[in-house]
Design a binder for this molecule. Structure first.
Ligand SMILES: Cc1ncc(COP(=O)(O)O)c(C=O)c1O
Length: 416
């Protein structure tokens, strides 16, 4: 594929920082190399010597002085090399990206949000049209809305983004049109806010539409490992024979959201550009966070990682059941919903014309918080019947009380 058409002028103009290049050379060279080149501080002056992490199963992981010295120092922009290798191995294992013709690479980012934001920064040019699954994650909308581009909504339902709507929208252009959309953003699993996920059939259709119209797909998948049904629906990246999928993974939902670690995986020419942006902005994701994550992942191995994923998914599966039970008890006849296929959200359609005032004013007065559905629309000013409820943190009792309060508010609204 020729990626020049997808990269904007700013991204194409980025040049490697000579100092960052030296960091990579130094980290890969033999101990006999003498460097008077880098501007690295001397870690001997840093006050932290070592640390011990106690895992929830009682395992103690030691970050000794040697490891700690590395963890406190600058590292290469793509990430701590050993962690990059581990995560590449995970991608190979889980997604088996087709290698014929696609030279893919990976970059550790400050959470998946950083990769998403930098991808839009690299690929959106003034006046571009960008296809966005709706409803959508407000973090992405916050990144892309202020850009000088037109966002085109693509509908979704309980099986994720609707390929027939995508085809319908794209059929307004010929592939040779200069103003044809180039990018499609979607959340394939456990959607935020919907909890819905794409079926394999839909993914294949979406991929073939992307091929037909020469689109790049931004596959934002932080809830991939929180799918409630096994086997996992194969990712779009696993179908990507042409190098048109950029995939965002996150450790936020599995290991720590505060470590701010995720990764972006995709065709090397695009990943290289995002890496150059990182060189010029944050330089790299926190080495201390990366070293801590690596310590845990090395202790677990891929099998231990799978076991942990299973434990976390089971936790959310139980929470989902509690939430559905509470919704049935209190909201039947007052709202509609579909069972989430993954993630941590229940997307409720209330039997009222608009939820904004109900949720942002009246519900708060009754001491219950939800997110009004308009926050997930491209045009927040449009009325919206939906509400996002998260079942991650509440106990079963709290879920029941929350929905009981919501039910009373809906009844009150209906009687007005
Ligand atoms: C759909 C989606 N994408 C991206 C993110 C960002 O996650 P991270 O913590 O990895 O930056 C979130 C976080 O909630 C999300 O829901």
């Amino acid at each position: 594929m020729n990626y020049a058409r997808f990269l904007n002028k700013v991204s194409q103009a980025r040049q490697p920082s000579p100092i960052r290049v030296l960091t990579a050379i130094l980290q890969q060279s033999k101990p006999s190399m003498i460097s008077m080149a880098g501007g690295m501080p001397n870690v001997g002056t840093f006050p932290i010597e070592s640390a011990t992490f106690k895992l929830s199963d009682g395992t103690k992981l030691e970050m000794d002085h040697e490891l700690m010295k590395k963890a406190l120092q600058y590292t290469q922009t793509p990430g701590v090399p050993e962690l990059v290798q581990w995560v590449k191995g995970l991608q190979e294992r889980v997604h088996k990206p087709p290698c014929s013709g696609v030279n893919w690479d990976l970059l550790i980012t400050n959470g998946s949000q950083d990769g998403i934001c930098k991808s839009f920064d690299a690929m959106v040019s003034p006046g571009d049209k960008v296809l966005v699954e709706t409803p959508s994650y407000p973090g992405t909308l916050a990144a892309v809305k202020p850009m000088d581009c037109e966002l085109i909504p693509i509908k979704s339902d309980k099986n994720g983004l609707d390929p027939s709507d995508l085809e319908n929208v794209m059929s307004n252009w010929n592939v040779s049109d200069s103003d044809i959309p180039k990018l499609l953003y979607l959340i394939p699993n456990g959607g935020n806010p919907t909890g819905h996920g794409l079926t394999e059939e839909r993914k294949r259709k979406i991929y073939s539409i992307a091929q037909k119209y020469n689109l790049i797909i931004l596959e934002d998948d932080p809830y991939f490992y929180l799918q409630f049904n096994k086997p996992y629906v194969p990712s779009l990246m696993s179908m990507d024979v042409e190098g048109r999928v950029i995939r965002f993974d996150s450790f936020s939902k599995l290991i720590s959201s505060g470590m701010r670690l995720g990764c972006v995986t995709g065709p090397k020419p695009i990943i290289d550009r995002i890496s150059l942006h990182m060189q010029a902005s944050v330089m790299h994701a926190s080495t201390l966070s990366q070293a801590t994550l690596l310590l845990i992942l090395k202790e677990w191995g891929y099998e231990g990682f799978d076991n942990h994923v299973e434990t976390v998914t089971e936790f959310y599966r139980q929470k989902k059941y509690m939430c559905l039970k509470a919704a049935e008890k209190h909201l039947t006849g007052l709202a509609e919903w579909d069972e989430p296929s993954g993630g941590m959200f229940l997307w409720l359609k209330l039997n009222v014309p608009d939820t904004y005032n109900l949720i942002t004013v009246k519900a708060r007065e009754k001491e219950v918080l939800f997110v009004p559905g308009n926050a997930f629309q491209l045009d927040e000013a449009q009325p919206c019947q939906y509400v996002r409820a998260s079942y991650s943190l509440c106990t079963e009792e709290q879920m029941n009380t929350a929905f009981e309060r919501l039910a009373a508010l809906i009844r009150e609204e209906q009687s007005n």
